[in-house]
Write a protein that binds this ligand. Structure first.
Ligand code: ACM
Ligand code: ZN
Length: 450
């Protein structure tokens, strides 16, 4: 019996055949996998078993081989008495095979039974989101999340970088965003200030680290709502130029970006221009959640803009806003994502090529996916990691089926996969973050993979 998370698609133990003895005498035969991925495996061996693999001739061999074709994330492992052969059409697949091997070693020790594993992911989007806006998590802690993602064969890190309570990424053209916007005077947990941000150099370091583990990074700048930290720095971004502090407590804020002033769009485009080169994976998340429209209803700029453009209400104004920013990204070869929260009734103003991350399943979900919109399932019950285990337990998450009901097989292909968000309103440190994330993220990884 093997205990591997996520459980492989197909695993056969060859009863009666001998075991492979994993040891310092095992030679590594590799000409296909990047050095960083191998170092990860070697350091795992040294840490847990106090030996590394030898590069010279050995009594036994671990062979890494490249398959001609196939899913680059799929892999095979063949274990016999003298040899472990792992193969894949892609480096990611070889890396995943090594993650499986790590788990076999941890649960069986160094005597590995003869076996065959033939494994491939069900979905190619297997994500985890970290909200660093409410509480800042420094680079080393972000790397800890990435390490554990890799163990679970998760391949998308969605980095929620801005919130009402803090702007966390350096933008050279707008230095106040981090000088002032990354600091809140106190928090839900008492009268203590909280602050922190990533320099552009930090961002490059994290993205490179993620790539070494075959994880893509999708940044999120949440707009037009959840922008109070930016408005605190540059009040003219809001409808009424209000002077506000960086938000101290969580909750949906009424002061959002003004969608009627051209200067707002220029600000967003400037921010994107600095961030696009830092995030080369081709996706950008625009937020779009929890946008209350009170200010827009009263704002002369927003109202004049709606009239001029032919938008019938403030919902259409938000859809216009999201599409305009998405088109700016598209011109630069970047695909956009957004939460589906506020686009319950998508109109012709919301571009179909914006991918929906589903935090709910509004009634036009089926119509939109059937018409070709791509989606990622993050429905809050059961995928939000911050919600207490007492509300819905691990079994409720594990037994969830991610498919969108009542759609045909062709439309089902527009469901790219799953993502589990860790919102941090109530998650001020790693101790709480680890408690929320595990074991639930393991269950979600298995749903997404198997
Ligand atoms: C969300 O739950 N605010 C997307
Ligand atoms: Zn306005």
């Amino acid at each position: 019996m093997m205990h591997i998370i996520p459980e492989p698609k197909d695993i056969t133990i060859h009863q009666g055949a001998g075991c492979f003895p994993f040891s310092a005498e095992t030679a590594l035969v590799n000409s296909v996998l990047a050095q960083a991925a191998l170092e990860d495996f070697q350091s795992f061996l040294k840490k847990n078993f106090h030996f590394g693999l030898t590069q010279s001739e050995g009594a036994t061999r671990l062979v890494l081989a490249r398959m001609e074709e196939g899913d680059p994330e799929a892999y095979r492992i063949e274990v016999s008495e003298q040899e472990i052969c792992i193969s894949s059409a892609g480096e990611a697949g070889l890396f995943y095979a090594l993650q499986t091997l790590k788990q076999i070693l941890l649960t069986n020790g160094c005597k590995i039974p003869s076996l065959s594993i033939n494994d491939a992911p069900l979905y190619h989007y297997r994500g985890f989101m970290l909200d660093v806006g409410r509480y800042f998590y420094p680079v080393e802690e972000v790397k800890h999340f990435l390490d554990l993602m890799a163990v679970h064969k998760l391949n998308i890190f969605h980095w929620h970088l801005t919130e009402d309570q803090g702007w966390r990424v350096e933008i050279k053209k707008y230095p106040r965003l981090t000088e002032f916007g990354s600091k809140r005077s106190h928090t839900n947990f008492g009268f203590r200030p909280h602050s922190g941000f990533y320099t552009q150099e930090d961002i490059r370091e994290v993205v490179a680290y993620a790539h070494s583990k075959y994880i893509k990074v999708i940044p999120e700048i949440d707009m037009p709502g959840h922008m109070q930290s930016a408005i605190a720095c540059y009040p003219e971004l809001s409808c009424f130029n209000r002077s506000l502090p960086v938000a101290t407590h969580w909750g949906v804020k009424h002061d959002i970006l003004c969608a009627g002033k051209e200067s707002t769009y220029q600000f967003i485009f400037d921010v994107l221009d600095e961030l696009i080169p830092l995030f080369p994976d081709g996706y950008f998340h625009l937020g779009g959640d929890e946008v209350v429209k009170m200010r827009w209803q009263l704002c002369p700029h927003c109202q004049a803009f709606m009239k001029k453009t032919g938008l019938k209400d403030e919902e259409e104004l938000q859809q216009f806003f999201m599409s305009r920013v998405s088109r700016y990204l598209k011109e630069k070869g970047v695909a956009s994502m957004m939460w589906n929260w506020d686009s319950v009734e998508a109109t012709q103003w919301l571009d179909r090529d914006i991918i929906w991350q589903m935090c709910g399943m509004p009634k036009n979900t089926q119509a939109e996916i059937t018409a070709g919109r791509r989606m990622v399932n993050s429905v809050s019950f059961p995928y939000y990691l911050d919600l207490p285990y007492g509300w819905f337990n691990l079994r409720a998450t594990y037994e969830n089926t991610p498919e969108i009901p009542h759609i045909d097989a062709a439309s089902a292909k527009n469901l790219l996969g799953l993502e589990a968000p860790l919102w941090t309103e109530y998650v001020p440190n790693m101790k709480k973050a680890d408690y929320c994330t595990y074991p639930r993220l393991g269950a979600i990884a298995e749903i997404a993979w198997t």
